[in-house]
Design a protein. Sequence first.
Length: 102
Amino acid sequence: MQVTAYYVDHSPYSLTKVNKIENGFEFKSINGDYVNSETNTTLTIKYLEGMDYEITFRNDYKTKGLLVSTNKMLVDFYSFEFQNGELFLNGERMRKVKYVRK
């Protein structure tokens, strides 16, 4: 299900309902380093507790991530989608920036 909100003073945005995380999901299974060879950047994901993760964009920038479904995480103003050992970074002006697990 997808809902789009329209406003007169800024751009519209859409919200999409995601599937809930199933019992027995191995939260540590997405831990690791993900590399984008085009931009020569690495993202590191480390499970903390509950649905919370620590995300390292650079060695000097750490933030928190919230797993909202078995294949989607919200991180600051970005979302991560996990598919077959790959991570796709989505943001306001970028879509499907591919990171491959080391």
